[in-house]
Design a protein around this ligand. Structure first.
Ligand code: NI
Length: 173
């Protein structure tokens, strides 16, 4: 199959609760392979099955700079969370925009891998944020519900960051 179409905010499928996976099938294996390909193609750090129109509890995440450490989580659950981090967040279903969201700094989650074996994963910072963000998709929730203030376009953010860098440079000069 290959690349799948990413559903965007406003698509009813993004507001629905996804169903647990009971057994691995060739179709689901293909879905997972396509989700990884679609995530990398869009330069995202995570993708949940509902974002490609499939109401299954499956997410893929990769926060590595090299995009070579994909994590597949089936029927995932957060079992522990602590701390707090506030930072910019975006979503492939809300292209070209970002908003400030507060998430736990550290999470522990349980899930099944592609072989349907249980594993535990511990995430901090960006990985913790990505796990929370992707798991929310499985319950029909989007980060825009949690945004503090408003959404910014990437152009606005680029300008803001450029200004901050300029000011810092002036302070140091
Ligand atoms: Ni998202």
């Amino acid at each position: 199959m290959g690349l799948r179409m990413i559903r965007e905010l406003g698509d009813p499928v993004l507001g629905k609760k996804a169903k647990a996976v009971k057994e691995m099938t060739p179709k689901l294996k293909q879905l997972i392979a396509d989700m990884k390909e679609t995530m990398y193609d869009s330069d995202g750090v995570g993708l949940a099955a509902p974002q490609v129109g499939m109401l299954k509890r499956i997410v893929v995440i990769d926060v590595s700079a090299e995009q070579d450490q994909p994590i597949v989580m089936i029927n995932p659950e957060i079992v522990e969370q602590d701390g707090e981090q506030t930072g910019w967040e975006g979503c492939l279903s809300v292209p070209g925009k970002s908003g400030k969201v507060t998430r736990p700094r550290h999470v522990v989650a349980k899930a099944l891998n592609e072989e349907m074996e249980e594993f535990t994963i511990e995430g901090e910072d960006l990985l913790a944020r990505a796990i929370c963000h992707e798991l929310d998709h499985l319950d029909g929730h989007m980060y825009v519900e949690l945004v503090e203030g408003r959404l910014y376009t990437n152009e606005e953010l680029d300008e803001m960051f450029a200004k901050e860098t300029e000011e810092e440079a002036e302070e140091q000069a």
